[in-house]
Write a protein that binds this ligand. Structure first.
Ligand SMILES: [Fe+2]
Length: 358
């Protein structure tokens, strides 16, 4: 059998009338089910479902896999769902949602410990770009808080690893990310999810959340976790809240949480079209558009994150697939992409539409 990179794909991603240039195998890759060039009919789809006895996946080679996933019949939302399912992000996000609804019960059980363990394992198992794609995906309003908490947790862990911190510190960072905004569960829904700019009075209420987070995290939590929860909106220039801390008064773990928090807030504010693309946000970080962040930390973050994207597949604005070859330090918004053996810098007319991580 041809053993080129086989990829698993749910049968629901095939459609009637599809003709593939490559073979379709069963979920183990051992049995040829549809030879290349043959048209998928309704009858054949049904047979595929029946063949695997419960397992609704087939295997195809990499090129065929991307041909299917980037076809205009498959929406970005459908690709997102696959990434979240295969990476395990979706399940983790559901768990965080469960925690937000039952904070007291979670704090008294070992559920939280298990969640931190699961996130820490994902940080080892999954390609950082896949994690970043999940972070960058558009999110439904009512999942905003749970996804934000998980995203900051993931980013905290990644930055901790890039800084070479010991595992026990990475674990504290993961936990701090998960819980930094837990105080938002005490903010009235209409303020928390307001689809508009907050009034000064509402903003004052919103600004209480770091204090609520701090108060909700009792003595059983590490001081570093409580500190990050209380101070993740402080700025090095003293213009943050709630305590107006300055410079060295802000701990490393809190600075990391502030960076993760701002990054996630920025990607979530972007429109659906560009939500999958982190490059513009890298550029804003490089240009120091968010005053008060730790500059050295930002540069370490950018150095590492830019490296992760090299050789990743991207769906381009012309519908073709390219490979990211280089992200300029001083113009991160416009990566250099290879397509059909040619290298070109992206611009307003030819740009990356979506990172293909799976
Ligand atoms: Fe916050």
């Amino acid at each position: 059998m041809d053993k080129r990179n086989l990829r698993k794909l749910p049968i629901e991603y095939l459609w009637e009338g599809l003709v593939l240039k490559d073979n379709i195998y069963d979920n183990t890759g051992a049995t040829l089910l549809v030879p290349r060039g043959e048209r998928i009919t309704r009858d054949k789809l049904e047979k595929l479902y029946n063949f695997n006895k419960g397992d609704k996946n087939i295997m195809v080679h990499e090129d065929a896999y991307y041909d299917i996933l980037t076809d205009t019949r498959i929406s970005q939302r459908k690709r997102q769902k696959l990434t979240e399912r295969v990476s395990g992000y979706g399940t983790l996000s559901d768990s965080v949602g469960g925690m937000m609804h039952h904070v007291d019960a979670w704090f008294e059980s070992d559920e939280l410990e298990k969640l931190v363990q699961n996130i820490s394992e994902k940080l080892i198992e999954i390609d950082p770009v896949t994690i970043f794609s999940c972070i960058n995906f558009p999110r439904p309003m009512d999942e905003g808080l749970q996804r934000h908490s998980l995203n900051v947790s993931f980013m905290n862990g990644m930055i901790g690893k890039w800084l070479g911190l010991p595992q026990k510190d990475v674990r504290i960072l993961v936990l701090a990310g998960l819980l930094h905004d837990i105080g938002k569960t005490k903010i009235p829904e209409e303020i928390l999810n307001a689809p508009r700019r907050l009034t000064p009075k509402e903003f004052k209420v919103m600004k209480q959340h770091p204090i609520y987070s701090y108060e909700m995290l009792g003595d059983q939590f590490d001081d570093a976790v409580r500190d990050a929860a209380r101070h993740h909106h402080e700025k090095l220039n003293g213009e943050g809240y709630p305590d107006g801390l300055k410079g060295d008064e802000i701990s490393l773990f809190t600075r990391i949480t502030a960076l993760s928090d701002i990054y996630d807030a920025m990607v979530s504010k972007r429109s659906y079209k560009e939500a999958n693309l982190p490059f513009g946000v890298f550029d804003m970080l490089y240009r120091d558009e968010f005053k008060g962040l730790d500059r050295k930390l930002v540069m370490t973050f950018l150095k590492n994150v830019r490296r992760q994207y090299i050789a990743k597949r991207v769906l381009m604005s012309d519908g073709g697939i390219g490979l990211i070859r280089y992200i300029p330090v001083n113009d991160a918004a416009h990566p250099i992409v290879e397509q059909d053996d040619k290298l070109c810098q992206t611009d307003g007319r030819w740009y990356c539409r979506e990172i293909l991580t799976m």
